[in-house]
Design a protein around this ligand. Sequence first.
Ligand SMILES: *[C@@H]1O[C@H](CO)[C@@H](O)[C@H](O)[C@H]1NC(C)=O
Ligand SMILES: *[C@@H]1O[C@H](CO)[C@@H](O)[C@H](O)[C@H]1NC(C)=O
Ligand SMILES: *[C@@H]1O[C@H](CO)[C@@H](O)[C@H](O)[C@H]1NC(C)=O
Length: 164
Amino acid sequence: MKMIATLFVVFAVVSSALGECPVPPTIPGFDIGKIVGRWYQTVESWPENATTFTLDFTLREDGDFNFTARIADDSLPAEYALAKRTEYQNVLNVTDPYHKSRYQTTINIVDTDYDNYLAAYDCFIFPHHSAIHARYVLSRTETMNADKLAQLTDLVNKIGVSRD
Ligand SMILES: *[C@@H]1O[C@H](CO)[C@@H](O)[C@H](O)[C@H]1NC(C)=O
Ligand SMILES: *[C@@H]1O[C@H](CO)[C@@H](O)[C@H](O)[C@H]1NC(C)=O
Ligand SMILES: *[C@@H]1O[C@H](CO)[C@@H](O)[C@H](O)[C@H]1NC(C)=O
């Protein structure tokens, strides 16, 4: 109960501080096509167990991306989506082909070197406001350098938080 109440407060603060999804600054020379392939995200819910997600971006003939997310141990079914390019080089518009989600979602890429790491956040676009939904750091390998992970987590956590 205590944890749920804490999460709710954080969510409320974030969503009222943001009228719209913040767009991350564009990385000079950014080429979103280079994010294709497999990424891993390891979430340690407890010290003794961790869940690894795999996220695959595949380039489609139309230049957009098929996006598949699955849990490495297949304990939940994979999720498929179409991730379309937007007017912002580093923002993808995610549409769920099965219309399971009622809201638009964007994937906002904050930083990546394409070969090792990718820091991003998802933003939900609701009818009257938008809110950052999830912030994450992905790795090309199943485990990531702890210092790099901490640095990128810190970077992505600052997005959308008042800068003054
Ligand atoms: C992780 O460990 C906790 C505590 O032992 C347990 O309650 C939880 O179900 C475990 N989660 C997974 C995904 O194995
Ligand atoms: C993308 O997904 C669609 C629908 O599932 C599929 O028909 C198509 O072959 C996929 N394209 C690629 C390049 O994976
Ligand atoms: C995302 O795509 C949908 C469907 O094409 C479109 O209606 C919507 O305006 C797009 N949103 C963004 C943020 O690009």
